[in-house]
Ligand binder design. Sequence first.
Ligand code: 5GP
Length: 215
Amino acid sequence: MNFLEERIIKDGVVKEGNVLKVDSFLNHQMDIKLLDEMGAEFKRRFAKKPINKILTIESSGIGIACVAAQHFDVPVVFAKKSQSINLDGDMYVAEVESFTHKCRNHVIVAQRFLTPEDRVLIIDDFLANGCALQGLIQIVQSSGAIVEGIGIAIEKGFQSGGRIIRNLGFQLESLAIVDGMDAATGHIQFRDQSKMQENVFVSEDENICRSSTLD
Ligand code: 5GP
């Protein structure tokens, strides 16, 4: 077990509805030493990539992305989920389905913060069905920038997002992959990442994200 898997076993809580709560150390209260270890691991896994920007999505990706950014020495841009008076100028917009809130959000990035020169690492806390990630990928691609890789803290491997994103050809690195969890017993099963299969078939129906760019 790696350091993040150990922490999930110690402090994660399995809830009904396939939700893993990690709010005591990752996405409400944040253990910065743990985030720093995660940042170092992302840097190790993407060491060969010429990353000059990290993109994440508010709110729970921001802390992880900021600590990771110190290891890459690059700025962080976070996609906003609502229009605000502080957002001005031209924007890239994608529509994504939210797993936790069961609603649809617009994710928005000001065009001046993503340019064709950017080589982007996308970071987020969770990967479930992949809707948030597909929205962020669309935004990067609309800008002409390149997605160099995707770093996720916790992938729920029993949902389709990981397979969809890997099949699209992206380097997706998840620090922990949960292959099964049981709310009744609290048991969490992690994938042995040394035995990862590449390009597992995903049917069209499994991609439940209906994200589309709106700009
Ligand atoms: P997706 O778009 O991949 O379906 O879901 C990813 C987003 O939903 C993440 O940004 C994360 O905030 C949230 N999410 C998905 N599954 C979980 C979960 O089991 N626990 C928590 N805390 N958040 C989740």
